[in-house]
Design a protein around this ligand. Structure first.
Ligand SMILES: NC(=O)c1ccc[n+]([C@@H]2O[C@H](COP(=O)([O-])OP(=O)(O)OC[C@H]3O[C@@H](n4cnc5c(N)ncnc54)[C@H](O)[C@@H]3O)[C@@H](O)[C@H]2O)c1
Ligand SMILES: N[C@H](CO)Cc1c[nH]c[nH+]1
Ligand SMILES: [Zn+2]
Length: 433
């Protein structure tokens, strides 16, 4: 059933290496054309398209059913298990603490040259839309990860969209988390329909300035398609974890860590890179032995057989080189001295150091954000942060002397670019002095 086998990084064929590097990101490109049709239909016809989609499982639905009412939200908040509510509150407190620490010094200005003042402001976005996944699993934790940083940044309107269950009911824990985090409105729409609704606005869903939040390949493709009309955070698609382990790692824990991110989605990816061959063999054996007792088998089988790998590195240098090329969403470093490896990591969404830092602590409760770039986009994107919700316009003020000191340079540069009126805008100011 599970076809996992040990491969040596050195002996990977170029095709196999490329397949491991690409994991499921290729699939996002493969679905772009189909998703484009959905996005365009929502743009043209608004709610009707999402309602048609939902009518597949509920006949008498209307636009009002797309909105989670205050009564529904309150009832959800009051009905969830108090211990679960405590867990949400603990997670929320740590997420808020970590994200408050990201707020920087606000407005600043420097004197670039005498008489030339240049500075930068900070302004939160006006209205953002958070996508909360909810297909193969429910993600109340994503509510906290998206809405809390937006609130900390000062965004005044924070809406959220999430796929409903049959009968148009929203997941109660998701609603309770949205209430706790401070969402303005919650809409029961999922998938690419939700992304397009937030990007263009419909009769029910307001148009937002930026869409954040993770999702499967269809959601991620929709986000990429609406980029430009609205801002997006990063392509936070199907989950991935790369575990870098040496002889100090315990095989049983590595095996469970490997499986834990694979259980998200058939398109998820897990990779073990190790310098210690016995560990690799043991982890493969454990995964194969355990597999039959595990839930979510179809998802795991697809993720492991299609997008995952166990790789032997000749030495730590080769292992780190591979990690940087792979640019994983999550990187676990379970080596004797994880902090000695850390300075050598250039590309990873979030890094988990040592045997007591499994990825699920970051998924839920340690405070760092779990909305992270996938498909090698950790090379150029960061995980969601307060910065995603803040714009930074620049400003400047020049005295007459300050402008005089720049006049010749600006005139020369403008003329070199064939833009004489730019040159005049500076030169004219000295005709009257
Ligand atoms: N990278 C990150 O930061 C991060 C964080 C959390 C979760 N995730 C990922 O989010 C994803 C959640 O996926 P999910 O499926 O559980 O929930 P989801 O909400 O992302 O997707 C479910 C929706 O997809 C739509 N859909 C399903 N099949 C479709 C098709 N063929 N065409 C168009 N639309 C279709 C439906 O509307 C469905 O409601 C997983 O891949 C998980 O790994 C990533
Ligand atoms: N591992 C996911 C990010 O890829 C986040 C998550 C939420 N719930 C469980 N896990
Ligand atoms: Zn997870």
């Amino acid at each position: 059933m599970i076809t996992l086998a040990l491969e040596s990084i050195r002996n990977l064929s170029p095709e196999r290496r490329q397949a491991i590097m690409k994991r499921s990101s290729l699939d996002v490109t493969a679905v772009l054309d189909d998703i484009k049709k959905i996005v365009q239909e929502v743009r043209q016809h608004g709610d009707r398209i999402a309602l048609d989609f939902h009518r597949q499982y509920k006949d008498d639905i209307s636009s009002a059913d797309l909105v989670a009412s205050e009564a529904e939200i309150r009832a959800a908040y009051e009905s969830i298990d108090p211990k679960l509510l405590d867990a949400l509150k603990l997670a929320a407190a740590n997420i808020e603490k970590f994200h408050r620490a990201q707020l920087d010094r606000g407005m600043w200005a420097i004197e670039v040259q005498p008489g030339i003042l240049a500075g930068r402001l900070q302004r939160p976005l006006d209205r953002v839309g958070c996508y909360i996944p909810g297909g193969l699993a429910k993600y109340p934790s994503t509510v906290l990860m998206t809405i809390i940083p937006a609130r900390v940044a000062g965004v005044s309107e924070i809406i959220a969209c999430t796929p409903p269950d049959q009968g148009m009911t929203a997941n109660p824990t998701t609603l309770a988390a949205a209430h706790l985090a401070g969402a303005t409105n919650i809409y029961k729409i999922g998938g690419p329909w939700a992304v397009a609704s937030m990007a263009y606005g419909t009769e029910t869903v307001p148009q937002v300035d930026k869409i954040v939040g993770p999702g499967n390949k269809y959601v991620t493709a929709a986000k990429l398609l609406v980029f430009g009309e609205v801002g997006i955070d990063s392509p936070a698609g199907p989950s991935e974890a790369l575990i870098l382990a040496d002889e100090s790692a315990e095989a049983r824990l590595v095996a469970i860590d490997f499986l834990s991110q694979a259980e998200h989605d058939p398109d998820a990816a897990a990779v073990l890179v190790t310098t210690w061959e016995p560990l690799a063999h043991r982890v493969i054996d454990l995964i194969k032995e355990e597999f039959h007792n595990l839930p979510r088998q179809e998802i795991l089988k697809s993720a492991i057989n299609h997008h995952s790998a166990v790789l032997l590195a000749h030495d730590l240098d080769e292992a780190i080189d591979f990690v940087n090329h792979y640019a994983p969403e999550h990187l676990q470093i379970i080596t004797r001295e994880p902090f000695a490896v850390l300075p050598r990591i250039r590309h990873a969404g979030s890094i988990f150091l040592g045997m007591y830092a499994p990825v699920p602590v970051g998924d839920y409760a340690s405070g760092t954000n779990h909305v992270l770039p996938t498909g090698r986009t950790a090379r150029m994107f960061s995980g969601l942060s307060v910065d995603d919700f803040i714009k930074k316009p620049t400003f400047q003020h020049l005295t007459k002397e300050g402008l005089k000191s720049l006049k010749d340079a600006v005139v020369r540069l403008a003329e070199a670019e064939g833009l004489p009126i730019h040159a005049r805008a500076v030169a004219e100011r000295f005709r009257y002095v």
